[in-house]
Ligand binder design. Structure first.
Ligand code: GRF
Length: 195
């Protein structure tokens, strides 16, 4: 399977995924695509010999369809079978998502269905939750919705700030996403639960 990885920033999830696709893994990374030319993940991808592309969203202002019409081109050119959103911070329209129905994944830093959207760690702390974590799900037109393919849980500890909790969750993201992709690329949608 040919995997396109979409990033917006440092790409630590992209690195974890790319570095997991070795040996008898049924997938290989064929593209790292960023919506920001300054995305730190681009250099990490290039250092791994993965083809990179940038489609800057800013020139398109609010015209999501025009941005996505450009964004889809390198994905199609790379012949991607699977698209992994990995710290990709742009909302995608139904038009784009539906082109990859059943073959686009995202990682979200909460235990969905709790806390879709942003500021997930602060919200968990403010709610007094004792558990937090991350979720890998299939992408559907509804933001941070879609069938759950995996979750990893961490404790919320007294004195946690959003930054401390985010760092604890990020470690688990780097375990969970590769575990889910390995199964998913083999056609197995059995959810992965890590504690
Ligand atoms: C992380 O906080 C992750 O939870 C979310 O995007 C952020 C950056 O991820 N998915 P990455 O380091 O760019 O993969």
């Amino acid at each position: 399977k040919r995997v396109a990885l979409l990033i917006s920033g440092g790409g630590s999830n992209m690195v974890a995924l790319a570095d997991s696709m070795t040996g008898d893994h049924p997938a290989r990374p064929v593209l790292v695509l960023a919506n920001d030319p300054e995305a730190g993940g681009l250099a990490k991808a290039a250092a791994r010999g993965i083809p990179v592309a940038v489609v800057d969203h800013r020139p398109f202002k609010g015209d999501r369809a025009a941005f996505e019409a450009e964004l889809v081109k390198p994905i199609l050119a790379a012949g991607a079978d699977i698209v992994c959103l990995a710290g990709f911070m742009r909302v995608l329209t139904a038009g784009f998502v539906n082109r990859f129905a059943g073959r686009m994944l995202n990682i979200h830093p909460s235990l969905l269905p709790k806390y879709p959207g942003l500021h997930t760690h602060q919200r968990a702390i403010d709610a007094g939750d004792t558990k937090a974590g991350c979720t890998v799900h299939e992408v559907t037109p509804v933001l941070d919705d879609g069938p759950i393919l995996g979750q990893a849980r961490v404790p919320v500890l007294p004195g946690d700030t959003a930054e401390i909790l985010a760092a604890r969750v990020l470690v688990q993201e780097h375990r969970l996403y590769p575990a889910v992709l390995r199964r998913y690329a083999a056609g197995d949608r059995t959810p992965v639960f890590l504690d």
